[in-house]
Design a protein around this ligand. Structure first.
Ligand code: ADP
Ligand code: MG
Length: 248
C-alpha cells in the first residue's frame, strides 16, 4: 500500500545569531490512508513545525516529502497551493475564522478558490455545516458562536472540499473537556468515513481515541505506538449522523 504521506530524514533548522536550533531533527514517517494519528510532545518539541511542513505551509531545511508518491519539495508555490486546496484540510487551535464573515461564508471560501458554481457551493457548504451540527447557525458571525461552535465551523471549512487528509494542530487546546470530546467525536466520524487524520494534542485521553500515537521530543519523533485503550475511549463518544447520511 502506498503511503499518502511519506517523509524521510526531515530537518528544520533555525539560525538565530550564531546559534542553531533543530525544530525537526531527522524525522521519518509514513502515513497510510485511513490512519488517525495523535501527535504528542511538550511545548516547543516540533509538533507545529511538523504539521506545517506536512500541510505545505512551510518547507523543510532538508529531507524528502512525498504526498501520494509525488515529491512535494520540487513543487512551485502555485502547485503547492493546489495540492493543499485539493487534498488537505487544516484545523487550528485558534479556529482562524474570518471574523466579519458568517459561518456559511467562512466554509464557502475554499470552494470559491476552486471555481465551483454558486448553486453547487451552497449544497456543499450546507451539508458540511449540518454534518458538524450547525444547521441553525449558518448565518451567525463567529462572535455569536461559542468556541466549540467556531471550531465546528473550522472543521466544516476543512472538510467542505473532500480532503484526503485533515491536519489538526491542538484543535481542542482552547476548549473545555466536554466540548473537546464533542469535537473529537466529529474527527472520529470523519475518520470512520475514510479521511486520514493527524491531530496534535496534549491530552492523553484524547490521544487514546486515535489509532496510533507518535511523540516528539526536541525535534525528534520518539516512538510510534498503538493506542490500546482506543475501543473504550471511542465508545464514550456520542454519535452524530454521518456526513453521507445528512439530507438538507
Ligand atoms: P510545538 O508545536 O511542539 O510547541 P514548534 O514546532 O512550534 O513546537 O517549535 C519547535 C521549536 O522551533 C521551538 O523551540 C520554537 O521556539 C522553534 N521555532 C518555531 N518557529 C520558529 C521560527 N520561526 N524561528 C525560530 N525558531 C522557531
Ligand atoms: Mg505548536
Amino acid at each position: 500500500m502506498q503511503a499518502v504521506i511519506s517523509v524521510k530524514n526531515l530537518f528544520k533548522i533555525y539560525k538565530m545569531g550564531n546559534q542553531t536550533l533543530a525544530a525537526l531533527n531527522d524525522v521519518s514517517m509514513d502515513v497510510y490512508v485511513g490512519e488517525y494519528i495523535a501527535v504528542m510532545g511538550t511545548s516547543g518539541s516540533g509538533k507545529s513545525t511538523f504539521m506545517n511542513i506536512l500541510g505545505c505551509l512551510d518547507i523543510p531545511t532538508k529531507g524528502e516529502y512525498l504526498f501520494n508518491g509525488e515529491s512535494v519539495i520540487s513543487k512551485s508555490k502555485i502547485q503547492l497551493a493546489h495540492l493543499r486546496r485539493d487534498n488537505i484540510g487544516f484545523v487550528f487551535q485558534s479556529f482562524n475564522l474570518l471574523s466579519r464573515t458568517t459561518a456559511f461564508d467562512n466554509v464557502e471560501l475554499p470552494l470559491i478558490y476552486c471555481n465551483i458554481p454558486a448553486s453547487e457551493r451552497k449544497i456543499k457548504v450546507e451539508k458540511a455545516l449540518v454534518s458538524v451540527g450547525l444547521k441553525d447557525r449558518m448565518n451567525n458571525m463567529p462572535n455569536m458562536l461559542s468556541g466549540g461552535q467556531q471550531q465546528r465551523v473550522a472543521i466544516a471549512r476543512a472538510i467542505v472540499n473532500n480532503p484526503k487528509i485533515i491536519l489538526a494542530d491542538e484543535p481542542t487546546g482552547n476548549l473545555d473537556t466536554r466540548t473537546s470530546m464533542e469535537i473529537i467525536q466529529i474527527f472520529q466520524l470523519l475518520n470512520d468515513e475514510g479521511i486520514t487524520i493527524l491531530m496534535v494534542t496534549h491530552e492523553d485521553d484524547i490521544a487514546q481515541t486515535a489509532k496510533r500515537k507518535v511523540v516528539f521530543r526536541d525535534g525528534k519523533m520518539l516512538k510510534a505506538e498503538d493506542t490500546i485503550n482506543r475501543i473504550i475511549a471511542t465508545e464514550q463518544l456520542k454519535i452524530l449522523p454521518k456526513l453521507e447520511e445528512v439530507v438538507i
